[in-house]
Ligand binder design. Structure first.
Ligand code: PRP
Length: 209
């Protein structure tokens, strides 16, 4: 039996579409149900539906053998998992964003604050460019930070750019590209080698089509 951690939400639907092509008999999986565990006994597969940012944790601890997670969640969690495939969907960018007219004043300000759902990514980024900032952790609606004066800028993902635009913010710096990745537990890769290889190969074939 292989356990696969799927992220709830938009990434989950795209992940299921890919898995449907890779493995027959998954078309009955209903991600909109309130069930958190969905089993396909005939295929010896079990799916657990988790918060996207928790996928790396389930896989790191072996509660799931395989998971699909955004690169943002992986970078933030810094978990000890193997990243085996770039799945090519869920593409977006991790950026520093703020008000366009504040760009210069932000750079020259002595005490600078950054609000973000990604404190580790933000800390690593600003450390890597030798800048000292205060990081304020939020759980969502991060764009509010500069608007209400909580922070000077935000570090967040941008997909269509709509949220930034509608809130009068722009990208000031790009940090990295993000997309969905297939990650595996390091022990499962050895103890369930045949099943793991079969699933990874099946997914890879779909990506090559
Ligand atoms: C994410 C992200 C941005 C938005 C970017 O938030 O944090 O706010 O999507 O997408 P866009 O560029 O297409 O507008 P999410 O929808 O996950 O909600 P949250 O802010 O409550 O976390």
């Amino acid at each position: 039996m292989l356990t696969i951690a799927l992220p709830k939400g938009r990434l989950g639907n795209q992940a299921l579409r890919l898995l449907n092509k890779a493995v027959d008999g998954l078309d009955k999986l209903d991600l909109s149900s309130r069930k958190l565990v969905l089993s396909i006994p005939k295929k010896s597969l079990r799916f657990i539906l988790v918060k996207p940012s928790d996928v790396p944790t389930y896989v790191e601890y072996g509660a799931a053998d395989i998971g699909i997670a955004g690169k943002d969640s992986l970078l933030e969690a810094q978990s000890k998992v193997y990243e085996v495939l770039d799945l090519g969907f869920g593409k977006c960018k991790m950026v520093v964003a703020g008000f366009p007219d504040k760009k210069d004043s932000w750079i020259n300000k002595a005490h600078r604050r950054v609000s973000t759902k990604y404190p580790n990514i933000a800390k690593n980024y600003f450390t890597s460019i030798g800048e000292n900032v205060e990081i304020i952790r939020l759980n969502g609606s991060v764009e509010l930070g500069p608007i209400v004066g909580l922070s000077d800028v935000i570090v967040d993902i941008v997909e269509s750019g709509k949220t930034l635009k509608e809130n009068g913010l722009v990208v000031l710096e790009e940090i990295c590209d993000i997309s969905a990745r297939l990650v595996v537990n390091r022990v499962s890769l050895k103890t369930k080698k045949n099943d793991m290889t079969w699933l990874i190969d099946s997914i890879e074939k779909v990506l090559e089509e």
